[in-house]
Design a protein around this ligand. Structure first.
Ligand code: FAD
Length: 434
């Protein structure tokens, strides 16, 4: 069996790596000249900037990858630094321990007391949104000022637009939390279980996919967009400008709308329509330079605040990045922001950052992500209508959780499933020149 992998983001490259490790023939087709997909790092004014994710948790699988690729010496590890929510004119520290939960000014005493009733509440109900679930479990205050901004803020969505089934329920399942969330957190604290450390690399997060692509450079085809996929006997023919490749199995890791186009010849119209329905939140990423004395991971802006900034990562403090701060704007609250000019985005990011932190800042770069984080909003119920043809696997943010740890985890599972089917050589047809 031979495997064709469409997309050389972290998912496609990790699947390829695991397949090659177990001796299965596979090939990656990546449209861009660089590997990594949304993971993109660049140097500006001799400062490392990340345009997509800023960091990852070093889960055991990622640690193993880092070590096998010889990247351990380039890794930057952050202590678990404080995180803030901006609300009512002030940055308020998010409690990370039971002691901090008692002292935080993010919540009133009444709000804290209400949250303690959570173990008496029922698990998620059918059709519930994240906001409804959090409010019913923890009370309105904790839902709006604590969990809501922290959870939904990651995706740039409003928690009232996110059905549990497509978002938080999956995260809770993944974390093995079935009953009370509070009881589970307390059990973890008592057992001394800590989250894996936050890491990046000296050259930025793109170092990881770049090293994966380098390690398998003979079978990772950069600058090679897949134009079409055809059924070919029991397998598939993958068409690119460089020729045709026949493979037995396909893994498609591209964003949902691209996947819909690529599968139009082999999947049902219902599937391709459903894939096109999945919303991603458009986001603008503005990097600032500031000589600010801020210690922590950054802040999320509480979504009722009259701000265009969704949140800011303090790369300077978190990862030792010389005065760098990363602002995210747009999301479901303000999707049109991604279309604003660079000057407008930079000016809004600077003025809101200065208002929140009191430190003066200047822009370093502006990046437009028209397809940012998966929105996990109501449009994601379309997933129920997706069914892939025999021999095609979909594997990216819409098939399991977004985030680098989740992507690596799913890549490993898919590679293991494919490995069980054996290996065969890749068959190539290169067009005659002229
Ligand atoms: C703004 C932002 C911030 C994030 N922050 C974090 C974070 O802090 N920590 C974290 O863990 N995760 C974070 N994430 C999530 C994480 O980055 C993603 O879950 C992950 O990188 C998705 O990887 P992927 O390979 O599945 O998809 P992608 O990265 O989208 O890769 C798909 C690839 O397919 C390629 N492609 C497209 N069309 C074709 C074609 N026709 N032929 C061939 N190739 C094609 C694309 O060029 C791309 O390389 C963030 C994401 C975003 C957008």
């Amino acid at each position: 069996m031979s495997v064709g992998i469409v997309g050389g983001g972290i998912t496609g490259l990790a699947i390829h790596h695991y397949l090659r490790e177990s001796g299965v023939e596979s090939v990656v087709f990546e449209a861009d000249d660089e590997p990594g997909g949304v993971i993109r790092s660049e140097e500006v004014e001799r400062r490392v900037l990340d345009f997509g994710p800023q960091r990852t948790r070093l889960t055991p699988s990622i640690r193993a990858l880092v070590e096998s690729l010889g990247l351990a010496g380039e890794m930057r590890e952050a202590a678990d630094p404080p995180l803030y929510v901006y609300r009512d004119g002030k940055l308020r520290r998010v409690p990370q321990t039971p002691q901090e939960a008692v002292t935080t000014d993010l919540l009133s005493w009444r709000g804290k007391a209400r949250a303690l009733l959570e173990p008496l509440t029922d698990p998620a109900k059918e059709g519930e949104t994240v906001e409804e679930f959090l409010t019913r479990k923890f009370g309105r205050e904790v839902a709006r000022y604590y969990f809501g901004p922290l959870y939904a803020g990651i995706y740039g969505s409003h928690p009232g637009e996110m059905p549990m089934a497509h978002s938080l329920s999956k995260a809770l399942d993944g974390a093995g939390i079935e009953g009370s969330v509070l009881a589970s957190v307390v059990r973890k604290v008592l057992a001394g279980r800590e989250a894996p450390p936050i890491v990046s690399f000296d050259a930025g997060l793109q170092r990881l996919p770049a090293a994966l692509a380098e390690a398998h450079s003979e079978s990772v085809r950069l600058g090679t967009p897949v134009r079409a996929i055809r059924r070919d006997g029991d397998g598939f023919t993958v068409e690119t400008d460089a020729g045709e490749t026949r493979v037995d199995e396909l893994v498609v890791t591209t964003p949902a709308d691209v996947t819909a186009d690529l599968l139009s010849g082999v999947a049902s119209a219902e599937t391709t329509t459903a894939l096109r329905d999945l919303n991603y939140n458009p986001q603008a990423v503005v990097h600032l330079h500031a000589e600010a004395d801020l210690t922590g991971a950054g802040y999320q802006v509480q979504y009722d605040e009259d701000f265009r900034t969704l949140g800011v990562t303090w790369n300077a403090s978190l990862l030792g990045r010389n005065g760098v701060y990363t602002c995210y704007l747009g999301g479901s609250k303000n999707p049109e922001a991604v279309e604003w000019s660079d000057e407008e985005l930079a000016s809004v990011a600077v003025s809101e950052f200065e208002e929140v932190t009191g430190a003066s800042a200047r822009p370093l770069s502006v990046h437009h992500l028209r397809r940012g984080m998966p929105a996990y909003d109501r449009s994601w119920s379309a997933l129920d209508r997706v069914s892939t043809p025999e021999g095609v696997r979909l594997c990216t943010n819409y098939t399991a959780r977004a985030g680098i740890p989740g992507r690596i985890r799913e890549a490993r599972t898919v590679a293991e499933e494919l490995r069980e089917r054996g290996s065969a050589p890749i068959e190539e047809v290169v067009p005659e020149s002229g």
